[in-house]
Ligand binder design. Structure first.
Ligand code: HEC
Length: 177
């Protein structure tokens, strides 16, 4: 038996499983999904506007917080803003996933952990993020995330294919002897 074939097949199989795990682990996450701004607008009106104001632009009062108001989302804090939609989404995503308490002795309003609590699905969070990005003149372009998904798919398929070929070659090697 060709030990090296078995070893190569095992390594490739591990790589394939690793790639599959990576793909499965990353893709349902909101920041990598292409949210829909229109659906996000409806969500915003129903859920977010009560704290952020109807357009996300109003300085809604937040007694007990250091700022005294809920931060506006349009224009959003420059530290969170990016022209690159993937970067922008990645920066605001933790707020929507895990929530955040503003600085100050006893803020009456806190950002809610919509992801952790399961109040919103990852797809809904992606929609809300697309809306917030839209408020700041950034389009949630589908191209980059789709490209990422396509590249992972190709790598995964190639790894699986090589693993299967290596396994078959190993079998043939066995039969010849
Ligand atoms: C119960 C009130 C409340 C609701 C509802 C709420 N937020 Fe917030 N949100 C806040 C507060 C307060 C902060 C500031 C948190 C901080 O300073 O750490 C915040 C922060 C944020 C931030 C980060 C902005 C920054 O400058 O720090 C984003 C983005 C955001 N919210 C989006 C949303 C979206 C989208 C929704 C609806 C799905 C939503 N929020 C619903 C209260 C709320």
């Amino acid at each position: 038996m060709r030990k090296e074939y078995v070893l190569i097949a095992a390594i490739l199989l591990c790589l394939a499983v690793f790639a599959a795990g990576g793909a499965a682990g990353n893709f349902p996450k909101a920041a990598l999904l292409n949210g829909d701004r229109g659906r996000g607008a409806a969500l915003f009106t129903n859920i977010c506007s009560r704290c952020h104001g109807p357009m996300g632009t109003d300085h809604v009062l937040n007694p007990g917080s250091a700022d005294g108001t809920v931060p506006p989302l349009g224009p959003i804090d420059r530290a969170l803003f990016s022209r690159d939609p993937d970067t922008f989404a990645t920066r605001i995503d933790p707020f929507l996933q895990h929530g955040s308490a503003p600085e100050g002795p006893n803020p009456s309003l806190r950002m809610l952990p919509f992801g952790d609590s399961g109040t919103l699905s990852q797809a809904q969070i992606a929609d809300a993020e697309a809306y917030v990005m839209g408020l700041n003149g950034v389009d949630r372009s589908p191209i980059r995330s789709l490209l990422l998904a396509a590249v992972s798919y190709v790598i995964l398929a190639a790894a699986l294919w090589i693993a299967i070929c290596a396994a078959l070659l190993t079998q043939r090697g066995k039969l010849k002897r």
